[in-house]
Design a protein. Structure first.
Length: 247
């Protein structure tokens, strides 16, 4: 059996006496969409930060494509093909949409022409090409989230980590985001997704990892997770369980 693309082993992260992640272990195989869910304060974004080198975990190791990336700086992991978006979008406001995406493309090239070609290719993929010359600051929240994804995609990742990319979107925008995730999977990009919108994330996920109070309480296919009593009690609620049984 091939080794996983991402292998998270026993990650523990503390802030003073607060344990944000406690001995979290899971893996993501190449070509999967894996969702990381749980209530607010469960430690999902903290875990993202430990995986991508923004935090140095107190214990545990992170391996990407067989390479130990524990506490390595984010640019190191990005060069290996692991990149992420942020829960709070961070566009370069004074730059155009295309220029924002070009900043990601410069990870793989020093040539402006090649960076422009890459940026336009990614903007077509993310349906932002018509706004390529628009200042990033003037975009809607939905388009800013797409821009965040586009800039990350311009680094040519093997794996993309999305932190609540669907939050604040309307139903049409959520459907577009779901289709984009599935399209990226078809292109061979592996996805690890933090999300709260269960109706959107469950249909597109191969597996779901559930955190509660910093601990992993489930790691399974969506159908099993939605009927897991511990997950229902901690996060989904009986209402969601009833809904899933009807469908």
């Amino acid at each position: 059996m091939p080794e996983p693309l991402l292998d998270v082993r026993g990650i523990t992260m503390k802030f003073g006496s607060l344990v944000a992640n406690e001995d979290v272990t899971f893996a993501v195989n190449e070509g999967e969409i894996v969702s990381l869910i749980g209530p607010n304060g469960a430690g999902k974004t903290t875990l993202f930060n430990c995986i991508t080198g923004f935090y140095k975990p107190h214990s545990g190791r992170v391996f990407f494509n067989g390479i130990d990336i524990t506490a390595k700086p984010p640019h190191y992991s990005a060069r290996l093909g692991l990149t992420r978006t942020f829960q709070i979008v961070k566009p370069l406001k004074e730059m155009t949409v295309k220029e924002n995406v070009m900043t990601g493309a410069f990870l793989r090239t020093s040539g402006k022409k090649q960076a422009e070609l890459t940026a336009m290719e990614i903007l077509e993929l993310t349906h932002l090409a018509e706004k390529s010359d628009v200042p990033a600051a003037s975009l809607t929240i939905a388009d800013k989230k797409r821009l965040e994804i586009a800039r990350a995609l311009a680094t040519r990742p093997k794996m993309l980590m999305l932190d609540e990319a669907m939050a604040g979107l309307n139903q049409t925008e959520i459907k577009d985001a779901m289709e984009l995730c599935l399209g990226l999977k078809r292109k061979g990009i592996t996805l690890l997704v933090v999300e709260h919108i269960m109706e959107a994330i469950m249909p597109i996920s191969d597996r779901v990892v559930v955190l509660n109070a910093g601990k992993k309480i489930a790691d399974d296919v969506p159908e099993n997770v939605t009927s897991n009593e511990e997950v229902i009690k901690a996060y989904l609620g009986e209402r969601y369980n009833a809904k899933s049984k009807k469908s």
